[in-house]
Design a binder for this molecule. Structure first.
Ligand code: PGA
Length: 253
């Protein structure tokens, strides 16, 4: 079965390891009851060990929010893809708009994605426009961002990439993008990916939506928006909201 993928990006939350343990534990327990959804939690680096289960856990995996563009060595403050892999992680987010705003260029994003893929991680590549206007320039922006963020990545790694379309104006906002517009963009993003790696791999590549997703709007975004899953910020550290969200997506046939 092609499961929906719901990734929780905890960002710089919560503030204590006890809270991290509790959120991860409850999310894992809820994920164990799901049938059609794979849940992934992405805690801050220091909380990763308490989120990783001792034994493999059904429909639950752990990811990181970022990764070094270097392989290892003298890079103060950096965490390598190999370190993450050795902790048992399967996923890493690259190119989140908050990291791009802090200075990551498309080149830095493609370097991080390459390191993640080389280490055997799935790279969750975030793309999205800052704003939209009547001229439709956001289409060009997103197409170019996808191409530039994938530059140098070998074709045989393409099937380990997940695309997360996150319009920046919807991140942290009250309302998500309209599901009909999400549908249009999910097709567009897949097409841009196909232009780089070909239609065959693009057909199998998951496209997620992110930006103001919560337990109330998640199911409609997935069904009407036609996406393969969600990248969730605030609601992912808000229990029981996140558990409700997982259940609502799990009900979609
Ligand atoms: P949000 O964040 O769900 O809090 O809007 C989404 C994201 O940044 O991935």
């Amino acid at each position: 079965m092609n499961k929906k993928l719901v990734i929780g990006n905890w960002k710089e939350n919560p503030s204590s390891v006890d809270d991290a343990k509790r959120i991860a534990g409850k999310t894992r327990a809820a994920a164990g009851l799901l049938e059609r959804v794979q849940a992934v939690v992405c805690p801050p680096f220091p909380f990763i060990p308490v989120a990783v289960p001792r034994k493999p856990s059904a429909n639950y995996a752990v990811g990181a929010q970022s990764v070094s563009r270097e392989e290892g060595g003298a890079h103060t403050g950096q965490v390598s893809a190999a370190m993450l892999r050795s902790l048992g992680l399967g996923f890493v987010i690259v190119g989140h708009s908050e990291e791009r705003a802090a200075g990551d260029t498309d080149g830095a994003v493609s370097a991080k994605a390459s390191r993640a893929l080389e280490a055997g991680l799935t790279a969750v590549l975030c793309v999205g426009e800052q704003s939209r206007d009547e001229s439709g320039s956001h289409f060009d922006f997103v197409r170019n961002e996808i191409k530039a963020s994938l530059a140098g990545i070998p074709a045989e790694k393409a099937r380990h990439i997940v695309l997360a379309y996150e319009p920046i104006w919807a991140i942290g906002a009250k309302e998500p993008m309209a599901p009909a517009d999400i549908h249009e963009m999910s097709i567009f993003v897949k097409k841009a990916f196909a232009d780089v790696f070909g239609a065959e791999v693009a057909m199998k590549t998951k496209v997620l939506y992110g930006g103001a997703v919560n337990f109330r709007n998640a199911a409609e975004i997935v069904t009407t928006g036609g996406v393969d899953g969600l990248l969730v910020g605030r609601e992912s550290v808000n229990l029981p909201g996140f558990i409700e969200l997982l259940k609502s997506v799990d009900k979609i046939q």
